[in-house]
Design a protein around this ligand. Structure first.
Ligand code: MOS
Length: 711
């Protein structure tokens, strides 16, 4: 591929299906004889079930079964399954015992012939609990840390340099619980064929991972487990595992010999599909009087469940982002009586970047430097953590581009010095970074007699426009017009691919698309065929007739990872923002955003820009509104709905300007593309906090930045 190709922005290949309702999400799938499942959930936070009376519910109209820990069928392979993403502890075996481990834990499945009848019967289940004292407040239990075995502490150089430097800074940061809250609710529809074959429609970021989990749980043959998830209405990380409620619903369908569908409620989305963990951070930073970073200490304490360890890379960015000789990081988790967290867009890094990039801004002011100049002065030419070159790093150019675009150097650096009418005006910026990965993926290409090309791989599209990007890569390699190429995904029977996560899909699956299209061209050449001027040259119909095949087919596996040994591979983002703060009400308005991304070459400019806008919008939520609040007396969420858990609405989101450096990474893959899903959000909350400081003179170190914190 010519890496310097500038791709045209094209519309989403599945855009029409999505906006017309032709796209079917799992909850819309209907199969004959289908039944509906409603989960009854625990109203206490820790303890056990003394008795659970299901008689009345069982006698209610249309009810087929009520399953609890007392009559739940055994799931043959579940006990042995401790697969990813656990980094310790044990997965939750739902309905496996009388124990209550968190508020909202499912304790009964009510299955009826209609959804309404199941909902009604669920209200008739009577439970008596034996309560025990619970812990849900991380701030209160922060010393009860549990060191996950896989994560060592990190240190280079002098571990005290951060506090002995001429200029020092110490600050604490708080990130609240955030919940993914994708538009589409989670759930599953299971249809058994006998005892050893099952088809599952669900919402997942990886049909192969889900297939693997189900195969193991029910001790089936992989080929007898089919998983479909063609359209996904947002994931943000919550679809990166197969949740225990999915498994018990599949087990219920097997027992009942009827298809069972579960669609979770929005309330249940707060407790049963993970969340961004509440995290406390401390940063201590030292610099010379002329602005050279001389030491950093970064500690993070996050929450996890009592039964399973969840860890993320919260302090990772601090190790390599800046040229600093002395760095120490620590990461701890505290087990609480909560469901287990999971990665949420920019997992760990987004949490860590809020602290680090806030502290960097504060230090720039301490040494009397512009925050952009301070970052450029401390720019790391090579990765100081791994002592390896970056595969590509255009941060300096990105700082320059973004600063010019927003008019950064025209601002008056003095805090609380700029006004527009009654509103205080502030400019803030920050940096974001996330590993650029490439995994393994297999893609199949089928070239038809009419010159149309079908590509297949069992990846997912949770919204970024994967199908569109893959079609664009195939178009570049073959020259076929976009309309002649179709990419199929979201079905476990297609050639295997990993989950859509870690911003790696274009890099991973895109490489397989590139390789299979290249292999197809070679196969064609051997048969006297080629692509020319957007069409097949040569008589393909005769070739197919001679071969007795409906299409020319080639399958290719493509692997990455070896490059990581020699290079440090990262995507970078710079966020600039202008905020207005009302001094009377404390309201913060994000007025302008310029985000610059160094994510290698952009293969699909329109969906890439759209993904960036989505990430920044998530960043506005993280900065200003998103917070899932637990009433710790009861261990229960008080705002578990979209009316009280505030995500940004259109009125909260200004025009977001996206700029791509769009220079190919020469190492990572044939397209030269690094990832960009996570960096769209990582760092953004710090850019807002820094702008709020510039506007008001007040440092807010606890998210979200609500009016009460400003006043
Ligand atoms: Mo992303 S948090 O890897 O879906």
């Amino acid at each position: 591929m010519k890496n310097d190709i500038q791709n045209k922005p094209i519309n989403r290949v599945d855009g029409r299906a999505k906006v017309t309702g032709a796209a079917k999400y799992f909850a819309e799938i209907e199969v004959p004889g289908m039944t509906h499942c409603v989960m009854v959930t625990s109203t206490i936070t820790r303890g056990s079930i003394t008795s659970i009376d299901t008689k009345q519910a069982e006698r209610a109209p249309g009810v087929l079964a009520v399953l609890t820990h007392l009559n739940m069928p055994a799931i043959p392979g579940w006990a042995a399954d401790n697969s990813k993403p656990s980094s310790g502890g044990e997965k939750l075996r739902l309905l496996g015992s009388d124990k209550i481990l968190f508020n909202g834990q499912p304790i009964a499945l009510v299955i009826a012939d209609t959804l309404e009848r199941a909902q009604y019967a669920a209200t008739l289940v009577k439970t008596i609990y034996k309560k025990e004292a619970h812990k849900t407040d991380l701030a209160k239990h922060k010393t009860e840390v549990h060191m996950p075995s896989r994560l060592g502490d990190y240190s280079r150089g002098d571990a005290n340099a951060h506090s002995t430097a001429p200029v020092t800074l110490k600050a604490d940061y708080v990130i609240p619980i955030e919940v993914h809250n994708p538009m589409e609710l989670h759930g599953v529809l299971a249809l058994w064929d006998g005892e050893d074959k099952v088809t599952v429609w669900t919402k997942t970021q990886g049909v192969k991972d889900t297939q693997e989990t189900i195969t193991a749980a029910f001790k089936l043959e992989e080929k007898n487990v089919q998983v479909h998830s063609e359209f996904v209405g947002g994931g943000f990380g919550m679809g990166l595992r197969t949740w225990p409620q999915d498994i018990v619903v599949i087990a219920a369908a097997k027992k009942l010999k009827r298809p069972v569908k579960l669609v979770m409620t929005r309330q249940q989305m707060f407790t049963m599909v993970g969340y961004r963990p509440y995290t406390l951070q401390h940063i201590s930073m030292g610099a010379t009087a002329d602005g050279k970073l001389s030491g950093m200490y970064h500690e993070a304490i996050g929450e996890t469940a009592s039964y399973e360890d969840f860890t993320e890379a919260t302090v990772r960015m601090t190790r390599f982002m800046y040229a600093c000789p002395n760095v120490t990081t620590k990461y701890r988790i505290v087990p609480l009586d909560r469901g287990v967290p999971i990665w949420m867009r920019g997992p760990g890094e987004a949490t860590g970047a809020f602290a680090l990039e806030s502290a960097i801004d504060e230090m720039a002011y301490k040494v009397n430097m512009d925050p952009v100049e301070f970052r450029i002065l401390n720019f790391a030419e090579t990765d100081p953590e791994r002592n390896k070159p970056f595969s590509s790093n255009h941060l300096k150019e990105a700082y320059q581009l973004g600063a010019e675009k927003i008019g950064w150097f025209k601002r008056n650096r003095q805090p609380r010095s700029m006004k527009e009418g009654d509103w205080l005006v502030g400019y803030g910026m920050s940096t974001g970074v996330f590993g650029a990965y490439r995994g393994g993926s297999t893609c199949r290409a089928q070239l038809n007699g009419d010159g149309s090309l079908v590509l297949q791989s069992a990846t997912a599209d949770i919204g970024p426009g994967t199908g569109t990007a893959m079609v664009q890569i195939a178009h570049e390699v073959t020259g076929l017009p976009i309309e002649k190429i179709r990419f199929e995904l979201g079905d476990s029977s297609l050639p295997p691919s990993g989950s859509q996560g870690g911003s790696a899909t274009v890099s991973t699956v895109g490489s397989a698309v590139y390789d299979v299209c290249t292999a197809l061209k070679e196969m064609m050449a051997a048969k006297g065929l080629s692509f020319e001027n957007g069409a097949v040259k040569g008589n393909i119909k005769d070739v197919l007739a001679a071969d007795g095949k409906p299409y020319l087919e080639v399958t290719k596996e493509s692997k990455g990872g070896a490059e990581q040994q020699k290079y440090s591979m990262y995507s970078f983002s710079i966020h600039f923002t202008e905020v207005h703060v009302h001094p009377g009400t404390g309201v913060v308005r994000v007025k302008r955003v310029v985000t610059v991304a160094d994510s290698g070459r952009i293969v699909s400019p329109k969906t890439a820009a759209s993904q960036m806008i989505g990430g920044v919008t998530g960043g506005i939520g993280m900065a200003l509104t998103e917070e899932a609040i637990i009433d710790h007396r009861y261990g229960r969420f008080v705002n578990n709905n979209l009316a009280d858990y505030h995500v940004p609405v259109s009125a909260d989101v200004p025009h977001i300007e996206t700029i791509f450096i769009d220079k190919p990474d020469p190492i990572i893959n044939p397209m030269g593309s690094k990832g960009m899903g996570e960096i769209a959000l990582i760092g953004f909350s710090a850019a807002v906090a820094n702008a709020v400081y510039h506007a008001t003179g007040k440092r807010i170190r606890e998210l979200p930045i609500t009016p009460d914190k400003i006043l």
